[in-house]
Design a protein around this ligand. Structure first.
Ligand SMILES: Nc1ncnc2c1ncn2[C@@H]1O[C@H](COP(=O)(O)OP(=O)(O)O)[C@@H](O)[C@H]1O
Ligand SMILES: [Mg+2]
Length: 276
C-alpha cells in the first residue's frame, strides 16, 4: 500500500491516495492585514493517509501551523478545500486531537486531572476515566507524578502529559505542532521512542509538523516538504527506512544517509549562504 501512495519520489504538490483521511486540495490562504496581505499558503495539495505518520517539514513562517489550524477548523482557506473524511471542514473539527506548540495544560489541575479532562467532557464516569488516565500516565512514563501540578513538571514531562491527554480519547487524527522542538536532544529521543511505541500499537493517523529533518525521518512514513513563504509543496517522499526503527541510533539505519541528503538538498538551496 505504501508504494501506491507516493509513486514517484519527488511528486511535488499533488494528491495520491484514493481515500485519504485528510486532503488539502489546491489550498490558498491569505491573511489580510492593514499594511499588506500575507499569502501564507498557495496551491497546497497533499493527502494525509489513514494510519500513517505524515510529517510536514519546512522553514519557520512557511505556513505549517496554519495547515493544522485548517484541519482543526480554526481557520478557513481563502481558496481551495480542506477535506476531512471526504467532507469540507466547515466548523470546529472535534474528531481531531491537536497538540499545539505550547503544552497548554490547565495549571489548576493535577497531572491525572489534566489527562482525564477530555473523558470528563465526554461524560465518562469518574472511576473509569481515572483508571484510563492512570494507564496512559504509565504508557508515557509518568507513574508517580499523578498528583503534581504542571509547574512542578519539566518541559519533557509536560509534553508527555499533553500527549496522554490527547491520545486518551482516541481521536481519528492527531495533529502535532513541533511538539518536541523546545526539548533537549535526549528527552526528544525518548519521546520519539514512546510515540512510535504507542503508534505501533494503535496506528493512529498522525499529522506531525517539524523543521527538523532528522525528526521527520525518524518518525514518518510520508514526508511533505514545504518551501519558504508563501508555503508551497516542493516534494513528497515515502521514507525508505524499515520499521521498527532504533530512534537512539537512527543515523545507523539502512538508507538514512542517502535519504537525509535528498531532503537536505531542498533546504540547502534556500540558505542565504551556500555551504560547500
Ligand atoms: N493571524 C495571522 N494574521 C496575519 N498573518 C499571520 C497570521 N497567522 C500566521 N500569519 C503569517 O502566516 C505565515 C505562516 O504562519 P504559520 O502557519 O504560523 O507558519 P509556521 O508554523 O510554518 O512557522 C507567517 O508569515 C505568519 O506571520
Ligand atoms: Mg508554527
Amino acid at each position: 500500500m505504501l508504494e501506491r501512495l507516493v509513486p514517484d519520489v519527488e511528486a511535488g504538490s499533488r494528491a495520491t491516495d484514493p481515500q485519504p483521511l485528510v486532503r488539502f486540495a489546491d489550498v490558498r490562504l491569505v491573511f489580510e492585514a492593514a499594511a499588506a496581505d500575507v499569502v501564507a499558503l498557495d496551491g497546497v495539495t497533499f493527502d494525509v493517509p489513514l494510519g500513517q505518520i505524515t510529517t510536514v517539514i519546512g522553514p519557520s513562517g512557511c505556513g505549517k501551523t496554519t495547515l493544522l489550524r485548517l484541519v482543526a477548523g480554526l481557520t478557513r482557506a481563502s481558496a481551495g478545500r480542506v477535506l476531512y473524511k471526504g467532507e469540507a471542514v466547515a466548523a470546529l473539527n472535534t474528531e481531531v486531537g491537536y497538540i499545539t506548540q505550547d503544552s497548554n495544560l490547565f495549571p489548576w489541575l493535577t497531572t491525572v486531572e489534566n489527562v482525564e479532562f477530555p473523558l470528563a467532557l465526554r461524560g465518562i464516569s469518574k472511576p473509569e476515566r481515572r483508571e484510563r488516565a492512570m494507564e496512559w500516565l504509565q504508557l508515557v512514563g509518568l507513574s508517580g507524578f499523578e498528583s503534581n501540578y504542571p509547574n512542578e513538571l519539566s518541559g519533557g514531562m509536560q509534553k508527555r502529559v499533553s500527549i496522554a491527554r490527547t491520545l486518551i480519547y482516541e481521536p481519528d487524527v492527531v495533529l502535532m505542532d513541533e511538539p518536541f522542538g523546545a526539548l533537549d536532544a535526549q528527552t526528544r529521543m525518548m519521546l520519539h521512542h514512546e510515540l512510535l511505541q504507542i503508534w505501533s500499537r494503535q496506528h493512529n493517523t498522525i499529522l506531525f509538523i517539524t523543521h527538523d529533518l532528522v525528526e521527520a525521518i525518524t518518525l514518518s512514513d510520508h514526508i511533505v516538504v514545504m518551501t519558504k513563504r508563501p508555503g508551497r509543496i516542493s516534494a513528497q517522499y515515502q521514507v525508505p527506512l524499515q520499521r521498527p526503527r532504533n530512534v537512539f541510533q537512527i543515523f545507523l539505519e539502512p538508507h538514512f544517509d542517502e535519504f537525509y541528503a535528498k531532503l537536505w538538498n531542498h533546504f540547502k538551496s534556500e540558505l542565504p549562504v551556500q555551504p560547500d
